[in-house]
Design a protein around this ligand. Sequence first.
Ligand code: SF4
Ligand code: SF4
Length: 233
Amino acid sequence: MDLNPEKHQSLVFTQCGTCNQCCDGSLFTAGFVPLSDFVETADCFPIVFHKIYGEYWPGMIYALKPGLPCPYLDLEKKRCSIYHTYRPVACIHFPFRFKAKPVAEIGPFPGYPFNLEIDERCPALVNNVPGTRLIEDDGTLSQPFLQGLSEPKQVDFVEETQQFCRQLGRFGLFKKKKFKHKDSSGKKSKISYQIVDKKKIEQEYPDLFKRYAPYLMAHWRSLDKPKKLIESM
Ligand code: SF4
Ligand code: SF4
């Protein structure tokens, strides 16, 4: 796969057109939220947790089921309506995303504890102007790309997010939830996820609460956001 290093510094993907497939629910309905982006994302989307390969990870939900558009997608203009004010990191990075489990064909990168996945369903990748190869013939990540990727902000946020989730998991602070919904045609949908147990953490682990207060408050505050998703259906 070829990438243009100018266009892909720090995984900011700026080469797309107006296909909207990553916003209209055709490709996915949720995205990873690093701690560095937690508070802002919580103002727009519900942030919940999922257990993936034995570890908890935070994710924003943007649609209650596949095929439903993000509530911030302006369907007439075919544009993100919050593009110039705030977009979650998962949106900015797409078609790149971090994976908790090694992706055999591309990771792990040297000096980088996580793995990066590239969603090749993004049509802009197929039509990309040839630039620097992402993976060299010897299997290593191309240096220009690695330089952009290795900025401290990019590396730290995944690690600190993992630490946050591991601490919560260690103290048994996640609890299962289901969100059930019936749309106007009577069709039922259901999403299962995990949330942080507010009462338990406030009563039994006040130090952990103090340490992570801004993120935890943002998480709990965001849980009323499914209403916004329903309104957009
Ligand atoms: S799927 Fe790819 S080309 Fe289409 S809007 Fe998303 S990033 Fe852009
Ligand atoms: S916030 Fe904007 S970029 Fe992100 S999924 Fe919604 S419409 Fe797309």
